[in-house]
Design a protein around this ligand. Structure first.
Ligand code: 5GP
Ligand code: MN
Length: 347
């Protein structure tokens, strides 16, 4: 029997509701033999952190595989289990065989099949029970169960709460704790975005008690730049940042040629979009990146300026109120023009 369950923050405050739903989820976990964990394309720290945390939690007595649509940045390679992750774009056949066998599929840190690119086909076709655990708005209808809290800072925090709600926090070890720590750290901008709550800090305190060295994880993620990456950052801020104080907005654009000049590697532009927000008065920033086949856009904002709606209405994307993404199929010049127009309109 299938049922839909969307957990909202209100549901979380209803102990009885959680208990009843969690009993059903526990039953599914107990009955599952082969579990697949998936996350979104261009996986970030929260995507890989939440996936590997759940992987380690489940793998003691189940067959569990993490499958991602494509590669993730090398600054996440230190996480235990990252070497076992299957990449759908380069290991398609192997991934499809595993998905075919799966009886339970988790979708972590995404809520629409469009977010997993070509991996959407085998996931959509699979008859396995599907559980979404995510913190984005407007979940699409493709799964059987939804554990969604749009107020939560990260999917990694939701994984901690999931383990808490199935009553197995005693199973948390240092390995799981490191993955959760990394996901929360990266999605909260190192515990500073407004989504960081006292509960987040309580969880972090517990993770540290389990042996996590937060300073070491911060170094692994943020102090492992290549020289090229740091020079690309310098170039982007000095030469490529366009600031419109009158619109409280700024953008940075990077062409393929420029990326090649700095020997671009996956993850090298991560975080770049945030820098213009540190200018006094700037509330809205965009990073426009020319990819091989299209233009990718990253949006960030603060205060009373929300970017998810803008990403959705103008840039075929979506996300959170202060962090969103999108994609355009046009030239870089046309994309820049479009961004400038949107900045003018939404001033
Ligand atoms: P980033 O700029 O780091 O790639 O993405 C920022 C946020 O927006 C992330 O939470 C990410 O999940 C979300 N996001 C990025 N691209 C898209 C997209 O194309 N569609 C939707 N719905 N969300 C996106
Ligand atoms: Mn996330």
């Amino acid at each position: 029997m299938k049922f839909k369950s969307i957990y909202s923050p209100d549901d979380y405050s209803s102990g009885f509701f959680i208990l009843r739903r969690m009993q059903e989820i526990k039953q599914l976990l107990n009955n599952a033999k082969s579990i697949v964990i998936t996350t979104h394309k261009s996986p970030d720290g929260d995507a890989i952190g939440s996936s590997l945390a759940l992987y380690h939690f489940l793998k003691s007595n189940k067959e569990v595989t993490v499958i991602v649509p494509d590669a993730f940045p090398s600054f996440l390679n230190w996480m235990n289990g990252s070497e076992n992750i299957i990449h759908y774009d380069t290991q398609t056949e192997e991934a499809e065989k595993i998905i075919e066998k799966a009886d339970l599929i988790f979708s972590l840190d995404y809520n629409s099949l469009t977010r997993i690119a070509d991996l959407s086909k085998p996931i959509d076709q699979s008859s396995a029970t599907k559980i979404v655990i995510d913190h984005h708005q407007d979940p699409q209808d493709f799964a059987d169960h939804y554990i969604v809290d749009t107020m939560c800072c990260s999917t990694s925090q939701l994984i901690y709460e999931f383990i808490e709600n199935v009553g197995e926090l005693d199973k948390l070890d240092k390995t799981i704790a490191e993955c959760i720590y990394c996901g929360i750290m990266t999605d909260t901008g190192s515990f500073r975005y407004p989504s960081t709550t006292s509960k987040t800090h309580q969880i972090i305190a517990h993770l540290i008690d389990l042996g996590v060295d937060g300073s070491k994880i911060h170094q692994e993620v943020y102090d492992t730049y290549s020289e090229h990456r740091l020079r690309l950052l310098g170039y982007a801020l000095t030469e490529k940042m366009i600031v419109f104080p009158e619109y409280n907005a700024a953008y940075i654009s990077l062409s393929q040629k420029e990326l090649k000049r700095f020997s671009f590697k996956k993850g090298d532009t991560e975080g770049l979009v945030n820098y213009p927000l540190s200018i006094d008065g700037i509330k809205f920033t965009v990073l426009i990146t020319e990819k091989e086949a299209n233009i990718s856009l990253s949006f960030r904002s603060k205060d009373d300026f929300y970017v998810n709606k803008i990403a959705n209405e103008h840039f075929n994307g979506g996300g959170h109120i202060y962090a969103a993404g999108g994609m355009l199929e046009m030239s870089l010049e046309e994309a820049i023009k479009k961004v400038e127009e949107v900045m003018k309109q939404n001033n």
